[in-house]
Design a protein around this ligand. Structure first.
Ligand code: IFM
Length: 478
């Protein structure tokens, strides 16, 4: 039976399950020049002509910096038990090094206090792609020093907020930072250098390891430290040896490059072999792998859609259908012999196929790969072309069905023994969708970009009912 199918049996989650929503700083805060904040790579990138749809930027975004109290009140009305947000590094440490700006930290102190006051657990992501521009000017993630700078920043934020925030995530989707930022260039800083992207991946791993140690030294031991990976569910077009080899190549570049060192203390041999024409990996220094493999308290999984691959046919230069934006440069170093295919089925506004079985498979994979490690779904959601009706209501039945199907997949995995402790829908509200600007709406809450007014969509009301009761409401009540 498909995951999205109805069933008469109520789908109920464990009582302690966290019902959350997620956002990130650059996508929602705005106020980019206030209180000492300096540009991040995303300010620079979005202000560079031709980099984002319509030249849109996060200058104002959805003005959360000024409206955070109302946004938290809305979360409380929706019955959320947790809220995942990220810290803008350059608001806290404008040059990416040295002492913190207290006024920058104060914004996050107020946000955290507001959340705690409403009984909502804050979950902090330290890095969601907005590297201080000064650090990029010094070489960015391909430079080893950036990992040390991250550890210093983690220490500052851990000391400031570790007494009241239990859930910590070092990095969000380092795959995007490394490969969309430095290989395909569709994300900031927009570089197209495959060797640099692999260096970046390693230094992001190192940043996670050094940052985790810094957080542990700065905070009470009860706090949980995790990383959020956008681990791909990579499937073969056919069962031929060549297509299965293509799966191996992409799985290594999407997943193994991170979970190898994080969970097992080594990069996969097959990854080192498939990328040998790109780099010799001599940037991995003695002791790095030990520094990276810090004990984790949890693993965050971000899932949207599966990836379908095969061995490349005679025309490997044809359009790539890997769903990661338009660029003539591949985000997959050393994988020119792999072709990407659209998975069949219904698609979201991003062109991403709706397939909850991928989420189930991902959870079960990490249940086996990292036995005993609690899992959180730190992002899952869909963009649709939502519009208010004549009465100002925003009805988004497709998103309700998406959430319903994926939450059922999570519940099925729990029933099969997976330790999934919470789910954060992406996103709380419509926001700046990176290179797509404001054209893709992922929010459960609609934002009118002319007035910045917030209106919960029908999916937010559906999700609120699930959060408040711990049971998925049937689809027909929405
Ligand atoms: O909006 C992004 C988010 O910042 C990271 N994960 C994927 C989302 C949708 O593209």
């Amino acid at each position: 039976m498909p995951e999205s199918a109805q069933s008469a049996t109520p789908v109920t989650f464990p009582p302690a399950f966290l019902w959350g929503a997620a956002t990130s700083a650059y996508q929602i805060e705005g106020a980019v020049r206030e209180d000492g904040r300096t540009p991040s790579i995303w300010d620079t990138f979005s202000h560079t002509p031709g980099k984002t749809a319509g030249g849109e930027t996060g200058d104002i975004a959805v003005d959360h910096y000024h409206r955070y109290r109302d946004d938290v009140a809305l979360m409380a009305e929706l019955g959320l038990s947790a809220y995942r947000f990220s810290i803008s590094w350059s608001r806290v440490q404008p040059t990416g090094r040295g002492p913190a700006v207290q006024v920058g930290l104060d914004f996050y102190r107020r946000l955290v206090d507001e959340l705690l006051d409403k009984g909502i657990k804050p979950a902090i992501t330290l890095y969601h792609w907005d590297l201080p521009q000064e650090l990029e000017d010094a070489g960015g993630w391909p430079e080893r020093d950036t990992a040390h700078r991250f550890a210093e920043y983690a220490q500052i934020v851990g000391e400031a907020l570790g007494d009241r925030v239990e859930h910590w995530i070092t990095l969000n989707e380092p795959w995007c930072s490394a490969f969309l930022g430095y290989a395909s260039g569709v994300h900031a800083p927009g570089r197209t250098d495959p060797a640099a992207s692999l260096r970046a991946a390693h230094h992001l791993n190192l940043a996670h390891g050094l940052g985790t140690s810094a957080l542990r030294s700065a905070m009470p031991a009860r706090n949980s430290i995790a990383i959020s990976l956008n681990s791909s569910v990579v499937r073969p077009l056919s069962q031929t040896e060549a297509d299965l080899a293509a799966v191996r190549t992409i799985d290594d570049l999407a997943n193994g490059v991170f979970h190898g060192p994080l969970l097992h203390g080594a990069y996969p041999e097959t990854l080192l072999a498939s990328t040998s024409s790109v780099t010799d990996w001599s940037f991995v220094l003695d002791g790095d792998l030990r520094a990276i493999q810090q004990p984790l308290d949890a693993l965050g999984l971000n899932y949207y859609t599966p990836t379908l691959v095969s061995a490349a046919d005679a025309d490997p230069k044809g359009p790539r259908a890997d769903g990661h934006g338009a660029s003539s440069h591949s985000p997959w170093p050393g994988a020119d012999d792999v072709a990407f295919h659209q998975t069949p089925g219904e698609r979201t506004e991003m062109g991403w196929t709706v397939d909850p079985t991928g989420l189930h498979d991902l959870i079960m994979r990490y249940t086996k790969e990292a036995p005993g490690l609690p899992l959180y779904i730190t992002e899952n959601g869909a963009a649709y072309d939502d519009k208010p009706d004549a009465d100002g209501r925003v009805n988004d039945p497709e998103r309700v069905a998406y959430l319903h199907g994926h939450l059922r997949a999570v519940r099925r995995a729990i029933a099969e023994g997976a330790d999934v402790r919470g789910y954060f829908l992406w996103s709380l509200m419509d926001n700046f969708e990176w290179a797509y600007g404001y054209q893709k709406r992922f929010g459960a809450v609609y934002v009118d970009y002319a007035t910045l007014a917030r209106t919960p969509k029908s999916s937010a009301l559906w999700y609120a009912q699930a959060a408040k009761t711990g049971t998925l409401p049937p689809l027909e009540t929405t």
